[in-house]
Design a protein around this ligand. Structure first.
Ligand code: PSV
Ligand code: MN
Length: 393
């Protein structure tokens, strides 16, 4: 079995990006519950995100969503993040909350609306230029509710054209990350429903177009680690939106519903080179972002829990003895191969991780350290008045 000391260099490359919207109020279509101390603006969201990094040491960037996080001066936001020891990461575009987009955005049959959506994505790249962000994330609400509502192929062609316009505006070191989702908000056909469609569209654009895999965006039972393997094999896995689900796109804490699945995903990431050093473009070629909402639990602790779950499953995945695995495969020993995986998964890495954190001058117990820090009490006392931020505002 691989020793813990052998895996720390790879573990040190793991950087988890937190989403600004996780700190705002959120809910379901039935009710959004307000929580005390929730940020009122993007500056306060970044302050909360910085606490997650302070506690864990592995969450150095914050993803923004535009227009939710639009500010007059994005450079001030960048400087604010840097002052707090974090940076602005992925910029997520939003073409799903404007009345014009009821029947689509990048695929819309009306050129005026399509141009508006393209313009929005380009505005996001303007912000990336200021914040120094590498990735523009595009997730589209486009799709159809009823057969006959639209021409599937025509929509695909318009999608390609819209994406090409956006791609053409990217800087040399920037990437377009195209996210897929099999249903919702459209229920009959979604225009980017699966990794294959995203891949095909990305290949047509060029090397700097890559796929985003949101773990909540598949049919139940889908073998997500197979998709991870395939996209890495093809050089097109750009990013994760991590979360977990029991039923649909539940956006719960990653690793909460199925830690074994997260372990299997991270194993394929590692085996496929997704956590290798990437000297040109950041800590690793794959961006590990969380895309979650904390409707009924405390938000900052929930983000800390999410980050810790990813670290823990990554450590276990790094412990897999790949030589023994290959030997078992060659010998046709099915059970031995499976035992190698299960031994790593069953290894309790928590005390090794605590020791590892101590060597990095981090709290050995990140959750305990946050809860004892007084930050939560402070924001509850200070953030009085103003409009609390929320998913969609
Ligand atoms: C869509 O369900 C999605 O996963 C996209 O990433 C959006 O930008 C995000 O949710 C917002 O939470
Ligand atoms: Mn997502």
């Amino acid at each position: 079995m691989t020793s813990f000391d052998e895996i720390t260099p790879a573990l040190e490359r793991l950087a988890i990006e937190v989403p600004s919207w996780a700190y705002g109020n959120s809910g379901t279509r039935f009710k959004v519950f307000a929580q005390p101390g929730v940020p009122r603006d993007p500056f306060e969201k970044i302050a909360d995100a910085a606490e997650v990094h302070r506690a864990t040491g592995v969450a150095p960037s914050v993803a923004l969503h535009i227009p939710w996080d639009r500010v007059d001066d994005p450079d001030k936001l960048r400087a604010h993040a840097e002052d707090l020891g974090v940076s602005v990461g992925t910029i997520n575009s939003n073409t799903f909350q404007d009345d014009d987009y009821m029947l689509g955005s990048f695929c819309h049959v009306d050129d005026r609306i399509r141009a508006k959506a393209v313009r929005h994505a380009i505005d996001c790249i303007d912000i990336m230029d200021i914040t120094g962000s590498r990735d523009l994330k595009v997730w589209l609400p486009d799709g159809l509710n009823y057969p006959g509502q639209g021409d599937l192929r025509g929509r695909q062609d318009r999608l390609a054209d819209s994406l090409a316009q956006v791609y053409g505006r990217l800087g040399d070191r920037q990437r377009l990350v195209l996210e897929y989702k099999f249903f919702e908000p459209a229920f009959y056909a979604t225009d980017v429903p699966d990794w294959g469609t995203s891949y095909v569209q990305c290949v047509a654009l060029g090397d700097r177009a890559v796929v985003c895999l949101d773990t909540g965006h598949h049919a139940p039972g889908t073998n997500i680690e197979f998709i991870v393997m395939q996209l890495l094999r093809l050089g097109r896995l750009g990013a994760f939106d991590f979360n977990s689900r029991f039923y649909a796109d539940d956006d719960l804490i990653v690793g909460a519903a199925d830690p074994f699945q997260l372990f299997r995903i991270m194993f394929e990431v590692i085996r496929g080179g997704g956590l290798d050093a990437d000297v040109v473009d950041g800590p690793s070629p794959v961006s590990f972002m969380l895309d979650q909402c904390h409707n009924v639990e405390a938000k900052i602790p929930a983000q800390i829990r999410s980050v810790l779950n990813v670290v823990e499953m990554t450590a276990k995945a790094l412990l897999v003895d790949r030589v023994a695995l290959a030997d078992a495969e060659r010998a046709g020993d099915v059970l031995a191969g499976n035992a190698v995986m299960m031994d790593a998964f069953a290894t309790d890495v928590r005390s090794d991780l605590a020791d590892w954190r101590a060597t990095r001058h981090l709290p050995t117990d990140p959750m305990g350290a946050y809860l004892a820090s007084g930050y939560q009490e402070r924001i509850v006392a200070e953030r009085v008045g103003g409009d609390q931020a929320g998913w969609g505002a």
